[in-house]
Structure formats: C-alpha cells, structure tokens
Design a protein around this ligand. Structure first.
Ligand SMILES: C[S@@+](CC[C@H](N)C(=O)[O-])C[C@H]1O[C@@H](n2cnc3c(N)ncnc32)[C@H](O)[C@@H]1O
Length: 469
C-alpha cells in the first residue's frame, strides 16, 4: 500500500451526522470529514481509515465506545454486507429527519435560494416490503464473509443469487431473505437457485464471461399480477425450458413469465429481445382508476404507494383549473401526465425512450384520456421554435429529470418560455438545488415537500413549486 493510503486509527470519534451515500459523518483530529459505514449519528467509535482523499477520509468503525439511542436492531440477516438498506440500523423517524435535513441543506447551501417554510417530509407507511421491482444476479462464486473464510469449513454452497457487493461489479452476495419486496419474491428466487443447482444449470461468472444463468427480475403489482424475467447468457433450449416450466408449475400466480438470451458483455436488457414464455408480456399497475401497462423494459416508480402520494403532491402544486396547457418533461410512460390530465386543458409529455412513449400513448388510450400528446426526444433539443408553435407555450411545466438533473440548455429553454408555474420533482436534491439557482432570477420557490420513497436507504425525493416572479 502506498504512503498516501496508509491506514490510520482515530480514537473515540463522535458520529454527528448522516449523509454521503448513507454513511455516518465524523471528524478526524486533523479536521477532515470522515465518511463511515455502518454507524449511526450519536455513536462514538474508534475509526480505521480505508481511504484518504484531499478533503476527507473514508473509514470503518472497529470498536464502539457508545451506541447511539437512534439505533434499532436491523431486521435483515444480510445487513452490513449487502449495500441495499444501509440505514436499517437507524430508527425510521431519524431516517426521515436526516433525509429532510439533506434536502434543506442542499437547497440552502447549493441553491443559496430564499426558501418558504418546508412542509415536513412525508414518510412511507410501509417501511419494509415496499418495492414492486427487484433485480438479482447469479454468480458461480458467491461472496464469502470473513467468518466463513476464517472458519476453515469447506464451502459447499458456492453459488449466489442476490445483490452486488457495493462497488464490486463481479462479486455477488447470496440473498436468503430480502425485506424489500413482498412474497412470493423470496420464494421464487430461492426456488430458482435450488432448482438450477439440482439440475446443473450453470451460474454466471462475470470475469470469465461463462455460465448460463445471468439475472432474475421480479415485478409485483397492486393488481396482484407478477412478472418474472430470467436472463440467460446463452441458449440451451432443453435446460431453459426445464427451469421455466418448473417455475411456472411451482408458482402459478406468475402471470408473465419471460426470458432474454443476452450474449453481450453487460447485463442490460434494454437492447435485447424479451421473449414471453408463458402468460402475457406485461402486467398492470393501477392508480386512482388509471391503468398502466408495464412490460419488462418499462420504467415505473418502484414504491407504488408512495408514487401515488408523490403524484398527488405534484398535482396539488400544479394548481390546475382546467384551462392550462401543461408540459410533463421526462414523462417516462406518461404516468404524471395522465394523472394530472383531468385537471388540465392539455398535457404534452416528452421522453427520450421510444418504448416508454409507445407505452404512454397506449396507456392514455386505455384510460380514455384524450387530452394528452406524447413525443420522443432528448429534452435538450425539444423546445425548438417549431415544437412550441406546433404545441403551444405551456402555462405550467412539470419536470421529473433523472439524478443528474436538467441540462443547462433545458433550463435556458424554460427561461425562454417562462411558464407561470414549474413543479420540479427530483430524486437528487443537490442537482435540483443547482437547477433552482439557475431559475432563481425568474422564479420564486413557493413550496417544498420532501417525500420518502425508499425507507432504510438515504435516498429522498423532493417536490418543489416555483412561481414566476
Ligand atoms: C425519474 S424518471 C421520471 C419518469 C416519470 N416522470 C415517472 O414518474 O414515472 C426520468 C425519466 O427521464 C428520462 N430521460 C432521461 N434523460 C432524458 C433526456 N435527455 N431527455 C428526455 N428524457 C430523458 C428517462 O428515460 C426517465 O424515463
């Protein structure tokens, strides 16, 4: 190890905050911030550094002097190794506090904008089993814990079907029970693993690029439908059918059983043909009487119950009276557009993924919504003079960009149009704050409502209403 990364131990560090990708925050004697795994604000611990950067350290707790009163016992046996639910050891009320603080700090420090009173964060009723979609990876050599390695016992169960170890593309932790998706999610995953092993279907090795079974995706819906998609690295018809038939027989509640043969270097299925083996190639999600068709490639908010709350807040902030032309930017499959359509004169949705726009149009038809129009395009290029003269200048813009926020050209284009109101939905309040600062000359932030879509993680959604100055 080079000198720069020589490990140090800092004694009795108090954990004073949480943030930075779910890590606890402390301070070293030399005044640097330390980002620490598996600690909770209020803990006091000896910290061993793992990495040193110019302005901060990354570290891990090796000995606790005091355990925080904000701690709770994690429910999951995989906590600490799995990167999925890093805040499972913190009481949910405190999780909400830290999420709200993060939003406010970002808006204040990054955005440096004048803020109204913040509406308290809306917590999730379900703090476990709230996800409608999970993706697991197969591996022929599962991640072994230090205890397993040191035990000296020969490892018999070598395969994994589970999650990537944080930051490691080729290391998979075998998951026995995940607390994020309702059953039969765990039952399906465990059955597939057992059946595949018993019948000699090989598990993927990402380094060597060999092995038949790559990934498994399970989607559940509030309509009770279940989608299962298994991704294979190569076609072996006999073995593939053996597995898929066994799954179909064992879980007749699966309404959509699909597969992909993906021979590429990476796991993404978006450029691959998805084949329906049994049932339909889609499931439905429903919200306030609206139906949304979801296929294997569709984006749909992963916490359905909280998505409903998020959309209600968005609609509320848009304050529509039926006369407005609304643009729904980054519309995905047009869910927000359709959700607000009844209250608007017309809604135009824009999205870069053609399949999503195809679904948006089909869903609008199914929901008998006639005042929406959807366009495929990169947002940067959409607000052309021609587009505005064809579709009209919006009175209200709803925008829900990916984590990177809006491109500065998109913000410049919005400023060129100056709609009366903007509702900005974001899953990353830091980039949202940056964008709000760029809009500040023309828009005043009038409402802020953080929403928790992902309990047990540090992620937080935030809805902001802007009115023209
Ligand atoms: C956070 S999702 C929002 C989806 C939708 N509003 C919903 O609630 O289901 C962001 C969407 O932006 C789309 N997107 C990403 N980059 C884009 C771009 N440059 N132009 C247009 N859409 C883009 C993504 O494909 C994704 O559907």
């Amino acid at each position: 190890m080079g000198r720069r990364n020589k490990k140090k131990i800092f004694e009795a560090v108090e954990i004073t905050g949480a943030g930075g990708k779910g890590k606890g925050i402390g301070k070293s004697p030399d005044g640097r911030v330390i980002f620490i795994d598996n600690v909770v604000p209020g803990d006091v611990a000896d910290i061993q550094t793992l990495k040193k950067r110019k302005a901060y350290y990354q570290g891990t707790a090796i000995n606790f002097h005091k355990l925080s009163e904000k701690r709770v016992e994690p429910v999951c046996q995989h906590f600490g190794t799995c990167g999925g639910c890093k805040w499972q050891n913190m009481d949910y009320q405190y999780q909400l506090e830290y999420k709200e603080d993060e939003v406010v700090n970002n808006l204040r420090r990054v955005g440096k904008i004048e803020l109204p009173e913040i509406t308290p964060i809306l917590g999730s009723k379900e703090i476990y089993f709230y996800r409608n979609k999970m993706e697991f990876s197969f591996s022929d050599s599962r991640w072994l814990t230090a205890e397993e390695i040191n035990s000296g016992v020969e490892i018999e169960d070598k395969e994994a079907l589970g999650f990537h170890i944080p930051g490691m593309w080729d290391k998979i932790l075998d998951i026995k029970k995940c607390h994020l998706q309702e059953d039969p999610s765990n039952a399906i995953r465990n059955f597939v693993k057992k059946f595949a092993k018993e019948n000699d279907l090989s598990f993927f090795n990402a380094r060597k690029q060999e092995g038949m079974l790559r990934t498994l995706m399970i989607r559940t819906s509030s309509t009770g439908e279940i989608m299962l998609l298994i991704q294979f690295f190569y076609e072996d018809k006999e073995k593939r059918e053996l597995l898929l038939n066994a799954v179909a027989e064992m879980f007749p509640e699966i309404t959509s059983l699909q597969y992909v043969i993906n021979e590429k270097g990476n796991d993404t299925i978006y450029d691959q043909e998805v084949v329906c083996f049994k049932g339909r190639d889609h499931i439905f999600e429903q919200m306030e009487g609206l139906q949304f068709k979801i296929n294997a490639k569709s984006f749909y908010q992963t916490n359905s119950a909280q998505a409903y709350e998020l959309y209600k807040i968005t609609r509320d902030f848009a304050s529509l009276n039926g006369d407005e032309l609304v643009y729904d930017l980054y519309t995905g499959t047009g869910t927000i557009a359709q959700f607000v359509a009844k209250k608007a004169k017309k809604v135009i949705g824009v999205e870069v993924v053609p399949e999503a726009i195809h679904d948006a149009k089909e869903n609008a038809k199914r929901n008998q919504i006639e005042n929406t129009d959807f366009f495929v395009g990169d947002m940067k290029k959409v607000f052309s003079k021609e587009f505005i003269s064809n579709n009209g200048a919006p009175d209200v813009i709803i925008t829900d960009p990916p984590r990177d926020g809006m491109h500065k050209d998109v913000i410049a284009q919005i400023i060129g149009i100056l709609p009366q109101r903007i509702v900005y939905v974001s899953c990353n309040s830091a980039t949202q704050a940056r964008d709000l600062a760029l809009l500040d000359e023309h828009y005043k932030v009038t409402k802020v409502q953080p929403v928790d879509m992902f309990p047990q993680t540090h992620h937080v959604e935030n809805v902001v209403c802007l009115e023209r100055r």
